[in-house]
Design a protein around this ligand. Sequence first.
Ligand code: HEC
Length: 246
Amino acid sequence: MKSIFLIASACVLFAACDSGDIAERVYTVDEKGYTVKMTARMSGLSDWEGGDYTLAVAGFTADSKFALLQRALPSSAEDDALVSLVLSNLSGEVQTVELALTNSLRKRIITLASINMTDYAGRSTYDTIRLDLGTLDVGRFGVLQTGLFNRACIQCHGASGRSAAGLNLTEGNAQANLVDVPSTRREGYLRVESGNAEGSLLHLILNEGGENLLSHNHTEILSSQFKTNLEEVSSLIDDWIDRLTP
Ligand code: HEC
């Protein structure tokens, strides 16, 4: 934490200040602001090396999709490395601190984890707020698993047995259930067609015009969950599909 040091000359009561024996004291003034420490064992960070996006711990205000401040995670970190990052001097304006993918303008692309700072109102700013995330895959597909499927899909597409359309989007199953698998609902389509986002059923049902392709309106599911970053999430999905090799 950054501190401001004041050098003050103290005159002890009743002691003569002109004695020439002036004591120097150092006072530490706490800079107002919270500190959040994020820790996780991460893999896939290198997927973001040199690209347009940055994986960062970022502070957002309530009304902007641009981070007020952020610190990037090291994209050079090896897989499975324990990564720890501190974001400090967070003012009262900051409403959420997120592990998020952002672009060069610090715009939110997708959020992997978030804490609400209003939950910590009134706490001493000396305390560090911890964001312990366990083990996390933050690669190109990992961010979709955590930021999209876990958040908006697995309540219906859960573990086998009770997954809508027999589609299991839980961790460790989603890729195998999507990539180059024929749709059980729309003949002639693959759920995800490697290298062809625009032709994939997943793309079609999540974008405008796809409202009636299934008995369930998936465009609405997506837009209700991602109010400030709908386009960004959609293009992240397309990016993932287009990079798959058939
Ligand atoms: C409220 C429940 C619900 C949620 C949430 C939901 N789905 Fe679905 N999904 C369904 C149902 C029901 C079907 C089958 C629709 C039909 O029979 O026409 C389906 C079908 C699908 C299909 C077509 C599968 C096939 O074999 O053709 C895909 C792909 C899909 N969902 C992806 C998703 C994704 C991605 C999300 C998260 C963004 C999501 N769904 C969220 C209920 C849901």
